[in-house]
Write a protein that binds this ligand. Structure first.
Ligand code: UDX
Length: 459
């Protein structure tokens, strides 16, 4: 890049690693900071603590411009300081800001005479940008309100496609003082102009041109992040609500979703009915908006309904199973897919977690399988009662019923007719509608009749 800058990125989770890799790739000099020695040691050894396709290759290719450390000293020379720490939900569901506050406290001593922008990339409640600005004002000895500005720059990347999403975004949202936004425009110039060379791990999509930059205030930028996630969650819940009625009137949710989505005002994406949404963002951000509303005495009934429908959707799957088996006592039920979505090992708010819990409560013997997330589940789901299968074949062996919870490509291409022979029963609850050809089993899908012999082929 023509104008390389010096950047510090605090936090090495999904957002921090993605940001560090992106900024180093477009030519800046980046220091990645984390208080966890364990994570920093891994990264120094060239290992990536999370599962994200292509991220290891991209990080390796920019290692000359990327340093990992537990020390905040490099903040002193940084032009731009990104806060990318976690904001996990606290006991009441509102985001816990302790890591943001402690990152700000550690940054404070390093603010100095040169213009430095402090960027909030963590998803934080509306008003946090102002709050961090005040923390710095109060605690940074070198603070100068003309030179040190807080910017909100929310992250919209999806796990599993983090590289594509951050290199080729639809939009870049920047909230804060115009002087600071100018520095951000310089920082992101290669991204805005798309002048960088596309990495092998994430080729530039043919139809992609460049992102739109949305310059706004701190509060609006913070709101954009929440409202975007809430809207996507709402879209999925809408599809799930309509799917339930489709089943009852004999309509097909997939055809309905295509039929409505082709109206450009609606859009076909994020209308897949299924097991409902999970992951670290949708649950937290919908709850976050509702609690922000509550703080101001303002109801948000649409968001509450989206959450309720999502909770109900997990029960819809159990209901389908119960209708067929009547009781789960003594039944062997296999759960295929544990991660909240394919191509990640992230288990946060995964529908499989609730399903395994309920199946066990109802007396079933549960076996679960996931192509990637099993080692992580063995560490994080110790409170659940289930057996981890060594392979899909092992998972299906002698099962009475199978529930497909995550649409991994491995499951899309399963040779069902071969696997069915090892099963004790012939019931498949395909909660992601991935079975596309008739198979010799009773298949239940969401919002549509499963493919059977005489039905026309659906693609
Ligand atoms: C989401 C947002 O997409 C991203 O912009 C934001 O920055 C973080 O939150 P992520 O949580 O990684 O990203 O996953 P996403 O791919 O959006 O899927 C979320 C959940 O919705 C998954 O559980 C997925 O299975 C479910 N989903 C998604 C559906 O059930 N139907 C759909 O049509 C789409």
């Amino acid at each position: 890049t023509k104008d390389p800058m010096t950047v510090a990125v605090i936090g090495t989770g999904y957002v921090g690693l993605g940001t560090a890799a992106l900024l180093a790739h477009i030519g800046h000099t980046v220091t990645g900071i984390d208080i966890s020695e364990e994570k920093i040691n891994l990264l120094r050894a060239g290992q990536v603590p999370i599962h994200e396709p292509g991220l290891d290759d991209l990080l390796a290719s920019v290692q000359d411009r990327l340093t990992w450390t537990t020390s905040y000293d490099s903040v002193h020379t940084a032009d731009v300081i990104f806060i990318c720490v976690g904001t996990p939900p606290g006991p009441d569901g509102t985001p816990d800001l302790q890591y943001v506050v402690s990152a700000a406290a550690r940054i404070a001593p390093h603010l100095n005479g040169h213009a430095q922008v402090i960027v909030n990339k963590s998803t934080v409640p509306i008003g946090t940008g102002d709050y961090v600005q005040r923390l710095l004002e109060d605690h940074a000895p070198g603070y100068d309100h003309e030179r040190h500005r807080v910017v909100s720059n929310p992250e919209f990347l999806r796990e599993g496609t983090a590289l594509q999403d951050s290199l080729y975004p639809d939009r870049i949202v920047l909230g804060g003082h115009p002087d600071a936004l100018q520095i951000m425009a310089r920082l992101y110039a290669p991204l805005i102009e798309q002048t960088f060379t596309a990495p092998a791990a994430a080729p530039r999509p043919e139809t992609y041109t460049r992102p739109t930059v949305v310059n706004t205030t701190l509060q609006s930028a913070e709101m954009i992040k929440y409202a975007a996630n809430a809207f996507l969650a709402l879209k999925i819940s809408f599809a799930n609500e309509i799917a339930g009625l489709c089943e009852r009137v004999g309509a097909d949710i997939e055809e309905v979703a295509t039929g409505i989505g082709l109206d450009g005002r609606i859009g076909t994406r994020f209308l897949n009915a299924g097991a409902g949404w999970g992951g670290s963002c949708f649950g937290k951000d919908t709850a976050g908006l509702i609690s922000a509303g509550r703080e101001h005495g303002y109801d948000m009934p649409i968001l509450q309904a989206a959450i309720d429908i999502n909770t109900r959707q997990r029960q819809v799957i159990i209901d389908k199973l119960m209708r067929q088996l009547r009781t789960l006592k003594g039944k062997r039920v296999t759960v295929l897919g544990m991660a909240f979505k394919p191509d990640t090992d992230d288990l946060r708010d995964a529908p499989a977690h609730d399903l395994i819990t309920r199946l066990h409560q109802l007396g079933a013997t549960v076996t679960a399988h996931d192509p990637i997330a099993m080692p992580r589940a063995a560490r994080e789901w110790t409170h659940l009662t289930y057996r981890e299968a060594s392979s899909v074949q092992d998972a299906l062996h002698r099962a009475d019923a199978v529930i497909i919870v995550t649409e991994w490509s491995d499951y899309r291409t399963l040779d069902w007719n071969a696997h069915l022979k090892g099963m004790r029963g012939r019931l498949i609850i395909d909660a992601r509608n991935i079975i596309r050809t008739p198979i010799d089993a009773h298949v239940e899908q969401i919002g549509r009749e499963a493919p059977v012999g005489e039905r026309r082929a659906l693609t």
